[in-house]
Design a protein around this ligand. Structure first.
Ligand code: AMP
Ligand code: MG
Length: 347
């Protein structure tokens, strides 16, 4: 007998992207809608209340777009999954209220999802990576690098994850964005810093690496070092940033890539686990990708899994795949489940 097809709708509203996706039981993404909120660019960062209001305005449209581009009917959806947290509480509540109403209206199960766990589980979307077709075997390590998080996680099973190291202060995405802002780039500055780096000489400026024990990270020192450095230089030459922008960007990007790779190497030697996936928006950075791929080439045991950009940054396909994996294990939620802003633990 042919197995029933399963269709899961995923909703992501933890920050400034209104995202909805539909996935089927074969882990194929049938649609992946992202409506970016451009309004935040002019404020230099995400304004939580504006983000919540725009999610409220766009979510119904995004859900309709996801359903029609998946070429399904609403009554074919078996469950709705949504981001419960962590993230900005206003935006999260908009997504949660929508998902709860949708589940009650259609009488289908409700599945809440931890946003960070979803970034990690995005590895189980079909054809998710730019460099591999297979799913990583358990256990594997995940380097989670995004605007909100910087962690090395040991993934023993779909829902058995342990954090081996995390940032003690800023996330790596935040470091990219704040340094980029010093150079006059609008939010999010990470991708702009990357594009300027392409024409720069990374050897021009040497910034010191943070001395953090174990597998933890720290990026606030690098940020202050860059700020102090450009302040001093600009006193003597007011055009210092303009004259050296490409080299500054390349030098900063390079040191961040080195810091990340060094920590992952340490995690590999501590755990003996050689499979590593990248996740989160910063894993779209080509210099970071290059660093990891060069190392994979030099070390036959290593297996690096690098997601396509559309699955690395915030998206709803990762919420839908996590929803599917929970659905298969009959893990559902009641409408009383509460959103949370701070990361507490994996579920
Ligand atoms: P996420 O929180 O996963 O959506 O990722 C957003 C973060 O990733 C922001 O801090 C961006 O600046 C950063 N980011 C996105 N693309 C790049 C890139 N190519 N290089 C560096 N940072 C990036
Ligand atoms: Mg994210």
């Amino acid at each position: 007998m042919k197995k029933k097809s399963i269709v899961i709708l995923g909703i992501e509203t933890s920050c400034d992207d209104t995202a909805v996706s539909v996935i089927n039981r074969d882990r194929n993404v049938l649609s992946n809608i992202i409506l970016h909120q451009k309004i935040h660019e002019k404020y230099g960062g995400v304004v939580p209340e504006l983000a919540a209001r725009l999610h409220d305005k766009y979510l119904t449209k995004a859900v309709n777009m996801a359903i029609s581009s998946a070429k399904i009917k609403k009554n074919q959806i078996d469950a709705v999954s949504f981001t419960l947290g962590p993230g900005l509480i206003g935006p999260l509540l908009v997504g949660a209220s929508f998902a709860k109403s949708f589940s009650m209206g259609l009488k289908i199960p409700l599945i809440s999802v931890n946003h960070v766990q979803a970034h990690i589980l995005s590895q189980f979307i079909k054809k998710v990576n730019i460099n591999k077709n297979s799913y990583p075997k358990f256990p594997f390590l995940c380097l989670m690098i995004s605007g909100g998080h910087t962690q090395i996680v040991k993934v023993s099973d779909f829902f058995k994850m342990d954090i081996l190291g995390s940032t003690l202060d800023d996330s790596v995405g935040d470091a990219f964005d704040k340094i980029a802002r010093m150079f006059g780039f609008s939010y999010p500055g990470g991708p702009k810093l990357e594009s300027f780096s392409k024409r720069g000489n990374y050897k021009r400026f040497i910034f010191s690496k943070p001395l953090v024990k174990g597998l933890d990270f720290s990026f606030s020192g690098l940020k202050s070092h860059v700020l102090q450095f450009i302040k001093n230089k600009s006193k003597k030459n007011p055009y210092f940033i303009e004259n050296n922008l490409y080299d500054l960007c390349a030098s900063i990007q390079r040191i961040i890539a080195e810091i990340l790779l060094e920590k992952v190497k340490a995690a590999i030697s501590d755990t003996g686990i050689f499979r590593v996936s990248l996740a989160g928006g910063v894993s779209a950075n080509s210099e970071i990708i290059r660093h990891f791929l060069v190392f994979e080439k030099q070390n036959k045991k290593w297996e690096i899994f690098i997601p396509k950009k559309k699955y690395a940054t915030d998206n709803a396909a990762m919420i839908a795949i996590t929803g599917l994996l929970k659905y298969e294990k009959n893990i559902f939620d009641s409408v009383n489940v509460c959103s949370y802003s701070k990361f507490q633990r994996f579920y």
